[in-house]
Write a protein that binds this ligand. Structure first.
Ligand SMILES: C[S@@+](CC[C@H](N)C(=O)[O-])C[C@H]1O[C@@H](n2cnc3c(N)ncnc32)[C@H](O)[C@@H]1O
Length: 251
């Protein structure tokens, strides 16, 4: 699997949250924690800390783990008391049965071995602990203009992102039960013509899909968009994405 260079993405990554703060995911996460009174919590693939920063650290212990030092340097700039760890989500450096909740947001598609991540989550979660996976499923939702204009991006996403159906199989096989799936955030944006260039997701290092392209592949996609706008300045560029939450309890 192609490894995304998050060193190049880190500095501009948070632009996406200026564009859309994904408040429903935040609400859902806070509700999961307060309803179940979880005390030891891990975010796997915490990146720039959007989620660990919004949680109240006085009420519980929260740890953020990420592969990329550059991504981890961003939350450090904000708060110095965060428990952040530079590590791989498929080798969680914690003792058995330690966490009540392990969650990841928009990250599982990067983990090189999803089965190993599920196994590691099971090992480090306490009995009845919860694994919560927030993410998109391009196998279902594909109405994103980037897929149309950049060759190979959609096919690559189908390989990288586990589908909801795959998770429904993977989680019970990894020792989890009570699998629940719901949609938590519905993003629907239409940009007309040149407005598309205001989209932070269209920058070369605005997301892993475009960052994984060569400069040449990226420029070809940009040219296709420009040609289309020349042909029809009123072209609609649609981004229609749903974030799902999959929860499972350790047996
Ligand atoms: C799209 S970002 C999501 C960051 C954060 N969860 C958020 O929603 O803003 C994906 C993150 O996963 C991290 N990542 C990729 N592979 C990883 C791995 N094997 N172990 C830990 N983190 C990983 C990347 O470094 C990156 O910070």
């Amino acid at each position: 699997m192609q490894k995304t260079d998050y060193g190049k993405i880190a500095n501009t990554y948070n632009k996406r949250y200026v564009e859309n703060y994904l408040m429903n995911i935040e609400r859902e996460l806070k509700s999961l924690i307060s309803t179940n009174n979880y005390k030891n919590i891990l975010e796997a693939g915490c990146g720039t800390g959007r989620w660990i920063n919004c949680l109240n650290h006085d009420d519980f212990n929260i740890y953020g783990l990420d592969f990329s030092l550059e991504m981890l340097s961003i939350p450090k700039q904000k708060k110095h008391d965060l428990n952040i760890i530079n590590a791989n989500a498929v080798e969680i450096p914690f003792k058995d049965n330690f966490f009540d909740l392990i969650f990841c947001v928009n990250a599982i598609h990067h983990f090189p071995d999803k089965k190993k991540f599920v196994e590691e989550s099971k090992r480090t979660l306490a009995n009845k602990g919860m694994l919560a996976v927030f993410g998109v499923d391009p196998h279902i939702d594909k109405d994103w203009y980037v897929y149309k204009y950049f060759t190979g991006v959609y096919e690559n996403d189908l390989k990288r992102f586990p589908s909801l159906d795959q998770l429904k199989i993977l989680l019970p096989q990894g020792g989890f039960e009570n699998i629940k799936i719901k949609s938590v955030e519905n993003i629907s944006v239409k940009r007309i013509g040149q407005e598309v260039f205001d989209d932070p997701f269209l920058e070369k290092h605005g997301n892993s899909q475009l960052a994984n392209l060569t400069e040449d592949e990226y420029q070809k996609g940009i040219e296709k968009i420009k040609n289309q706008i020349e042909k029809n300045p009123q072209t609609v560029f649609t981004t229609s994405v749903i974030f799902y939450l999959v929860t499972a309890k350790k047996i």
